[in-house]
Design a protein around this ligand. Structure first.
Ligand SMILES: [Zn+2]
Ligand SMILES: [Zn+2]
Length: 176
């Protein structure tokens, strides 16, 4: 499975947002600062407390979609996320490749972020199935991931968590 088939890599932004450390009081600024490429040049990334709260809500909704375990659950949570979006798609080649943007280029940072995340995530769910979204099985991790493996067999958010869990399982077997 290739991100090209999504027509968008916006799902990566959604996953990053769901995995942000919401316990850090500066998390919204840190998150925006490390994802500036997703915003139109000149977008004001200095958010009010209320706007930061809205970004937190979007983060939680993405996580809830990944945790959902049935069609009705996924639909209800996805629609809650989509209700926050204001899509106004347009085609662009600003980075040299023709692709779609989902939010108005002059929308504020929250609208750009929420819209891109909601549209990117829904496309993956609709085209590839919600089973492609998961939560890492490694002890104490809890990161959300999108499974792009051929046979949808992924259980961990990263190679780090996969090998950490393999080592832990091996040690547990040796103790037994
Ligand atoms: Zn772009
Ligand atoms: Zn993990």
């Amino acid at each position: 499975m290739n991100y090209d088939t999504y027509g968008s890599t916006a799902v990566e932004l959604a996953i990053d947002l769901a995995n942000a450390d919401l316990g850090d009081p500066q998390w919204v600024q840190a998150f925006l600062g490390s994802h500036t490429e997703w915003f139109t040049d000149g977008t004001d990334l200095g958010l009010s407390a209320a706007d930061s709260g809205r970004v937190g809500e979007t983060s939680s909704l993405v996580r809830e979609v990944a945790l959902a375990g049935s069609d009705p659950e996924v639909m209800q949570r996805l629609n809650a996320l989509l209700a926050l979006a204001s899509p106004k798609p347009y085609a662009t080649d600003h980075d040299g490749e023709l692709h779609l943007h989902y939010a108005r280029p002059d929308a504020d940072a929250v609208e750009q972020l929420t819209t891109t995340v909601a549209m990117g995530l829904s496309q993956v769910v609709v085209q590839h199935g919600w089973q492609r979204l998961g939560v890492c099985s490694a002890d104490g991790c809890g990161n959300v991931y999108v499974d792009t493996s051929r046979n949808a067999s992924r259980r961990y958010c990263s190679n780090t968590c996969a090998s950490r869990s393999t080592v832990a399982a091996y040690r547990a077997r040796q103790r037994a």
